[in-house]
Design a protein around this ligand. Sequence first.
Ligand code: PNS
Length: 159
Amino acid sequence: MIKAIYPGSFDPVTNGHLDIIKRASKFVDVLVVGILDNPNKHCLFTSEERKELIKIVTKDIPNVEVESFYGLLTDFAKEINASLIIRGIRDTNDFAVEFQRSITNKQLNSDIETVCLIADEKNLILSSTAVKEVAIFGGDIDWMVPKEITGYVKEKYNK
Ligand code: PNS
């Protein structure tokens, strides 16, 4: 059985993240979306909220689970028996970062492989940061995040 982890901050989950989740869930038995719960990083959504949002958009994908983790990714992967790390790549900047991360993670646990998926062309410029930058000034984010998520992001900035 192949169990994989797709880690990230997901603050909030974007169309790009969801595309990677859908594609990865087709070639593994179980895909755990792992939300990094970093108390030192200021996030728009709490890790519990991010978890709920990902659960909402993945509710129709039966082999997807959602968990939060704190600490090293390789430690969490081992704890849940995941043998693959999934990451999405949008451009050469992402490649450079993921290249280094995969080597670091391999050094930390050589049993865990990293698999990078190239982002779909319609998602190449999407990021959670861009979503927040547009939303804070009331811009249209419908094209950036799953339709179920739009209201939650807008609500954060209306408070
Ligand atoms: O969504 P992001 O911010 O690109 O996700 C980054 C993430 C969570 C994958 C990365 O920061 C991570 O793996 N953090 C856990 C700490 C860790 O294991 N670091 C060593 C490998 S670089």
